[in-house]
Each structure stands twice: as structure tokens, then as C-alpha cells.
Write a protein that binds this ligand. Structure first.
Ligand SMILES: [Zn+2]
Length: 137
């Protein structure tokens, strides 16, 4: 991920909503917040106008975004930061374990060996897919 510079969020202009309904974020008068005309969510401007944070969210962690000038990028939550090294470690260690198993298995049916190799490949793809889906927004 190349680091993308967060631009200052102006409170006197409209922005597209980070929701997937193509809503428009409009400034809410006299507050440091935006409201979406589609999803009805409220987004508070935080971090010296560099971040918007979803207000009253039912997610286990707060969802926040930076503005890059033409789109929102998700700000890594604490959950994501903790999850990332874990996922990477998982992605490195498990396939090795599986491959070692596959190579050193005692004489077993070829099918079993293939299943173990397929599992190893799946364990590589799964964290990669999770990373991809978390950065896709
Ligand atoms: Zn919206």
C-alpha cells in the first residue's frame, strides 16, 4: 500500500459518501459533521479536519476515512492494525507447515498429499483475500 496523503476536509463543500449507495455528504450547519443524503449516516470531522469518523456505528470499532482529493480511503482501525501482523504470520507459517507435512508424510495415498497441498494454497489465498477486501473500499 503506497501511503496516500490525507487532504484537509473542508466544511463548506459536499463530498461523496463513503457508503456504497453513491450518497452525497453535505455539511451539517454549525457542526463539524457531515450527513449523507442516502444512508442517513452522520460523519464527524476529526483529527484536525483530516479524518471523518462514522457516528453511532454498530460496528465493534469506529470506521474512519481519509480524503485523498478524489476518494475516501479507510483508515486502519485498531482492530485492523492488530489483525494485520497476525494475518501475515498466519500466511507465512501455515503453508510452510502444510508443505513440510505434505513432503514428509509417510507413504500415504496420493489423494491425501494433494488435499494437504490444496489446503496450503488456500491458507495463502485466504489472508490475501482478506487484505484485499479490507483495502478495496
Ligand atoms: Zn451514505
Amino acid at each position: 500500500m503506497p501511503p496516500q496523503k490525507a487532504k484537509k476536509i473542508e466544511l463548506n463543500q459536499d463530498y461523496p459518501c463513503p457508503c456504497r449507495r453513491r450518497g452525497t455528504l453535505r455539511p451539517i450547519a454549525l457542526t463539524e459533521a457531515f450527513g449523507c443524503d442516502r444512508c442517513q449516516q452522520i460523519f464527524a470531522v476529526e483529527d484536525q479536519s483530516h479524518t471523518i469518523e462514522q457516528v453511532s456505528t454498530s460496528y465493534p470499532y469506529k470506521r474512519a476515512w481519509h480524503w485523498t482529493g478524489n476518494r475516501w480511503i479507510t483508515v486502519n482501525s485498531k482492530l485492523g492494525e492488530n489483525y494485520l501482523p497476525f494475518a501475515i504470520g498466519f500466511a507465512i507459517v501455515l503453508p510452510i507447515v502444510f508443505l513440510v507435512l505434505a513432503i514428509h508424510l509417510p507413504p500415504v495415498p496420493q489423494e491425501l498429499r494433494i488435499i494437504v497441498i490444496i489446503l496450503a494454497v488456500l491458507f495463502v489465498l485466504l489472508p490475501a483475500f482478506m487484505l484485499w477486501s479490507s483495502y478495496r473500499r
